[in-house]
Design a protein around this ligand. Sequence first.
Ligand code: 0HH
Length: 205
Amino acid sequence: MKAYKLVYFPIRGRIEPVRLLLVDNDLPYEDVNCSDGWPDSWKPKLAFGQVLQLIDGDFELVQSNTMLRYLGRKHDLYGGDVKEGAHIDMINDGVEDYRLAYVKLIYQNYDAGKQEFIAGLPAKFQYLEKLLKASSGAIVKGKKTYADYNLFDLLDIHLLLAPSCLDSFPTLKAFHDEIANRPNIKKYRSTDAWKKLPVNGNGKQ
Ligand code: 0HH
């Protein structure tokens, strides 16, 4: 199979869930660093002037959640019927809401807002805990979904911000542990290159 190309800055950022999906499912990809020549050589070529971008042969996509859904449809990670697909989308949209709040904290209000943000996490995570508990600890019971990787990454970056944030959420903690320990993902996350990769573009995490 031809390798996907992932165009982005050398950070985890919004591309990490896409990378994790590809890694876990043995789908080859190569990273293309857009720092060289940013913005002049890149912005005019990108549909909304922003990365990330996925290149699949002659097909180019931007928008991180669109990419996840595209890969989900292509590689059987979108549930078994329209209702399962909608359930997966619903959780992914919830993850996006929580990611936007995190991104706002990181880039706009880190020092002044961190403690209040952390204090508000249980009120958010209780919903995700309940949703996963209702499906035996998964987004869809017994199936991998594209949203697994987005939820995993969301939990992962929040654990960096607040290491005890999942202590009261055993279902979310088990979900995070299970994905972190899948062989391909464990190997990918154990490399020096991955450990050195900044989480966000401003060095905060
Ligand atoms: N809705 C889009 C999506 O989900 C949002 C994309 C987006 O915000 O795909 N793209 C940003 C880059 S992600 C962008 O293109 C934020 C990370 C910024 C890190 C930059 C520095 C890294 C240095 C190592 N931003 C550039 C722009 O808008 O001109």
